[in-house]
Structures are given as structure tokens and as C-alpha cells.
Design a protein around this ligand. Structure first.
Ligand code: F0G
Length: 524
């Protein structure tokens, strides 16, 4: 397979020693998130906002317009969302006209200004009369806006469709940590119905051979729960790809099934769509009947089942900042929460800024608009997913267990297997010790996604049983080469070979804080 990209700009990496990094680790109370990125060789903490942008995105950025009202980026982003996510639209590619400097009157008179008739993006005066598209600084702001507004409306009696009480529960295949926290803070109870089998033991599950959609919603469990709790569920939220379940994709059949269940119960289906393009690639590659469909066709079918979605443009927007909340014009959600568009808009303006930019700069709007087109390019997606799969295969070849097949944006080490025979208790946070050792010795940062991050020590026995013991290596888009991957595989293998010497970690401060991994202090 020929390579899909070449580097345009390069940055030199630091040459700090293990002793120097150790001193800094002490200074930052052994908090992985607080370690300075500038002293790292490879940073796998997150794939969010860490993409290297393409030359087309940089060109688009230069055409950014920082006007307070209705800058070019606003039009380009709305148009890109229609082009990518809505079925049955002629694709307009308004961005190409902005890039070519052709923003004449006709530009403003295109179909962009019309009602989208049941779509996610009303245009022109329809966005004023029936707002359904909200620009925000990032994904979690979209979540806060959505859940807090729904919650206040439910308090006033909106959202119900039966005599059974208020719909205060949300069902999901997996809530990302900020998503779950935002919904819980807004007063929702969360139910996660993830398909079983995520951590089935290595090496029974080989890449490409078996269940390729381990991110699916457990439809049977969801249906049973819906039957037991009529009128109590406010939405089904399907996360694509499922970041809670080790970045695993969700099949089209599963999205369709979730939509059918939602429809039968008059509940809106929303998508947490951060990594929609990666999910579409998995469908194209592994789901029967989709091999000949284009990525955009697949994306449009996925979204045709949804009533609305939140998205962080920091992932599959290929942008460094940005987020959106949108819902179907005059759809089920809009009907159940009559007037929610206006309320959302008021809150958007109060908290984030005018609807033309919602906390994003005009430049970032342009970069994200270009990114949405580029991320659906098959060669890009193939390159990206193959890099993650190769990373996983190289680890497996060295005897290291990873969640397999690997998901879209990250490789997850199975730390149960890693420390097998080492007699470590989950509350001793040996996996955090591993990430600290990796920073110190090799200048490589990864994130524990297990007992420490999910607060195992504070949970009930039932909840504890559902906490996986993983370490995530999230791969930034367009940033690392095979050389970085090989260096990281060698480093992990070294620590695996001497796993008995990896220290445990002890929390010294912040044990009870929400999302404590961001701010707790630790010692070894
Ligand atoms: N939903 C999912 C599935 C996510 O993965 C994230 C962020 C968000 C929502 C929130 O978006 O960061 O723009 O506010 N995930 C990042 C990660 C932080 O590292 O996985 P945001």
C-alpha cells in the first residue's frame, strides 16, 4: 500500500534524561496529565485536538474571517455539516468558493440559506426562527448545553410522553467520562448497556477474524430496560466509536436497531459522534453489504437514524478546537422539547458567544470545515486505522496483550494480563505506576483507563466488577511515524519484561474529586 501523506513541517523533539524527567514528575505530584508535553518524545495521552492539520486546512485557516456576526467560517461549517451528515443534499462545497475568494452575493443566495426540511442544519432565517445547530468550543460544552437545558425543561414537565413520571434516564453503549459527568451533574441517571466480550482473553480474538463491533449497544438489555421503565428514558445515546469500550466501533445494524427501539418507544436517538469517520471506515471494511459504499454514503446512513448529535471537532474534525450540538428540524426531539432551540441559543449566547462562532475563532471554524471533508477520505482513514492496528500487532507479537481487534484511535493494553502473576491488587494502581515509569524512562505518555481513572476504590462491588483494567495509547492524527511506534513498542516490551519492578502508585491528594485523574496528586 503506498503511503498516503508526507510531512510538510517538522518539530525537533527534546532530549531530556530520565533523571530530569524524574525531577519533574516529583514537581507535578506524579500526575500524568500535569507532566509538560515539551519534555516528551511520544505523547499518547489523547487524540483530541492533537492532530497535525493538513495543508488544505492551513490554507483554509488563512481564509478565516474574525467578524463578530456571520463570518465565512460559519457558512462553511454549516455547509460542511450538510454535505457530510445529511442525506439527499447536493454537496455544495461552499468552502471551495471561500478558498477561491468567490464570496459574492450569489454565495449567500445558495441553498445554504434555506430550511433543511428535517435536517440537522437550518440555514438563513430558519436558523433564527428554528435554531437547531449550535457551535461550541468543544464537545463537552455541547454536552453541558444539551443536558442542562433538557434537564431544566424536564423539570417543567417537557419531555414526557406518558403518565409514568419524568424521563430522567439516559441509556448508552458507553458514556465518555465528560459526557457521563455532564449528564449526571444535570440530574440524569445513566445506564450503560455495552455488548459483552470487550476484554475476551488474548489471543483468541485476532485482528479481522472475529467480533469487529465490540462497541455495540446491547440491544436486548436495552429493550428489556425500556420495557421495565416506561416513560423514564429521555434518550438513547450511541457513542461512535465507543471510547468507553476501548475505542471499539458500532455496526450499522446496531445503530439501526437502536433507532428502531428508540422509535418504538418514542425516545430520541442521539449520537456522540466524535469519531464518526473512523466508525464509518470500520463499517465499510467489516460489515456485510458496505464494502462498495463510499465513506460519506455510510456516514449519511449512520446519521439518518439519529435525531441529533453532539460532536467534538477535535477528533474527526481534524481540528485543534471546536464542537457542535445539532438536532433534526421539527423531529421527535424538537417536538418533545418544544422551544428547546431558542433556549439552547439563549444559553449558547450567554456562555459561549454569538451563534456565528460559539466560542470558536473564525480561523478554527475554517480549519474544522476543511477537516470534515478531509477526514472522510478513504486513503487517510486506511492509513490511520492501519497505523493503530500495526501498533497493536507489534505489541501482540512481543507477547503483550491488547484489546483485540484494536479500535479506531487507540491501542489499549490489557493490564490484567500485563501484571499477571505479580500479585497486584487493583486498588494499588500498578497501571498508573507503569505509565509513570514509561514517562520517566522513555519520555512516553499514555493514560490509565482503569481502577484509578474510574475510582475503583470508591465504588460498590457491583460497579467494581465492570471496571476494566486498561492503559490507553491514543494515537494523534497525522503526527507519528512507524519510527515512533517502534520506539514505543520497544519501551513497553522492556517494562513488560521487568514488570515485577514497576512500582504501585498511591493517591496522596484529590481522591474524591470528580474526574480525579486530571488533578489528583500521587506518590510511588
Ligand atoms: N465524547 C467522546 C466520545 C470523547 O472521546 C470526548 C473526548 C468527548 C465526548 C468530549 O469532547 O474533549 O472536545 O470536550 N475525548 C478526549 C479523549 C478528551 O481523550 O478521549 P471534548
Amino acid at each position: 500500500r503506498p503511503p498516503a501523506h508526507a510531512a510538510l513541517v517538522v518539530r525537533s523533539l527534546p532530549t531530556a534524561s530520565a533523571e530530569e524527567r524524574q525531577r519533574i514528575l516529583e514537581d507535578v505530584e506524579y500526575n500524568v496529565f500535569a507532566f509538560p508535553a515539551g519534555l516528551l518524545t511520544c505523547d499518547f495521552l489523547s487524540d483530541s485536538g492533537t492532530s497535525a492539520m493538513t495543508d488544505v486546512q492551513w490554507a483554509a485557516l488563512m481564509r478565516g474571517d474574525e467578524s463578530y456576526g456571520r463570518n465565512w467560517g460559519y457558512y462553511c461549517l454549516l455547509d460542511a455539516f450538510r454535505d457530510i451528515f445529511e442525506r439527499g443534499n447536493d454537496r455544495h462545497h461552499i468552502i471551495e468558493r471561500v478558498l477561491a475568494g468567490k464570496t459574492d452575493v450569489e454565495f449567500y443566495q445558495t441553498k445554504l440559506l434555506m430550511s433543511s426540511q428535517g435536517g440537522f442544519v437550518n440555514g438563513g432565517r430558519y436558523q433564527l426562527e428554528r435554531p437547531n445547530f449550535f457551535i461550541l468550543p468543544q464537545g463537552r460544552c455541547a454536552e453541558t448545553l444539551l443536558f442542562s437545558t433538557m434537564s431544566s425543561m424536564i423539570g417543567e414537565g417537557y419531555g414526557s410522553h406518558s403518565e409514568h413520571g419524568k424521563p430522567t434516564m439516559i441509556i448508552s453503549n458507553g458514556f465518555f467520562d465528560t459526557t457521563g459527568a455532564n449528564a449526571a451533574v444535570a440530574g440524569f441517571q445513566l445506564q450503560t448497556f455495552m455488548q459483552p466480550g470487550l476484554t475476551d482473553p488474548f489471543p483468541q480474538q485476532l485482528i479481522g477474524k472475529t467480533n469487529n463491533f465490540k462497541g455495540n449497544l446491547d440491544l436486548a438489555a436495552t429493550e428489556a430496560y425500556l420495557n421495565e421503565n416506561p416513560g423514564k428514558i429521555s434518550m438513547i445515546l450511541v457513542t461512535i466509536t465507543n471510547n468507553w469500550a476501548a475505542a471499539q466501533p458500532v455496526s450499522m445494524a446496531n445503530i439501526r436497531g437502536a433507532a428502531a427501539l428508540a422509535k418504538r418507544n418514542s425516545i430520541p436517538l442521539f449520537l456522540d459522534a466524535c469519531r464518526f469517520a473512523e466508525n464509518a471506515y470500520f463499517i465499510q471494511r467489516y460489515e456485510n453489504g458496505y464494502g462498495d459504499k463510499s465513506i460519506v454514503d455510510i456516514v449519511q446512513e449512520m446519521f439518518s437514524y439519529a435525531e441529533g448529535f453532539t460532536i467534538s471537532l477535535k477528533k474527526d474534525g481534524l481540528a485543534n478546537m471546536g464542537g457542535v450540538l445539532c438536532f433534526r428540524d421539527q423531529g421527535l426531539f424538537a417536538q418533545r422539547y418544544k422551544g428547546i432551540g431558542m433556549l439552547l441559543k439563549e444559553r449558547q449566547i450567554l456562555c459561549y458567544g454569538n451563534d456565528s462562532y460559539g466560542g470558536m475563532s473564525g480561523r478554527d471554524l475554517m480549519a474544522a470545515s476543511a477537516g470534515l471533508y478531509q477526514v472522510t477520505d478513504k486513503a487517510y482513514l486506511c492509513n490511520r486505522i492501519t497505523q493503530v492496528q500495526t501498533f497493536a500487532q507489534k505489541l501482540q507479537a512481543n507477547g503483550i496483550a491488547v484489546i483485540s481487534p484494536p479500535g479506531g484511535h487507540a491501542v489499549y493494553l490489557d493490564m490484567e494480563h500485563f501484571f499477571f502473576g505479580c500479585n497486584r491488587k487493583l486498588e494499588e494502581f500498578a497501571s498508573v505506576g507503569f505509565t509513570l515509569e514509561l514517562i520517566k524512562k522513555y519520555g512516553i505518555r499514555a493514560a490509565e483507563a482503569g481502577p484509578f481513572g474510574w475510582a475503583y476504590d470508591l465504588k460498590s462491588p457491583e460497579e467494581r466488577a465492570r471496571i476494566p483494567n486498561l492503559v490507553r495509547f491514543a494515537v494523534s492524527r497525522h503526527v507519528y511515524s512507524g519510527e515512533h511506534i517502534d520506539y514505543t513498542v520497544a519501551a513497553i516490551t522492556d517494562l513488560y519484561d521487568r514488570r515485577h519492578t514497576v512500582p504501585n502508585a498511591i493517591i496522596t491528594r484529590g481522591k474524591h474529586m470528580k474526574l480525579r485523574h486530571f488533578s489528583a496528586g500521587l506518590k510511588l
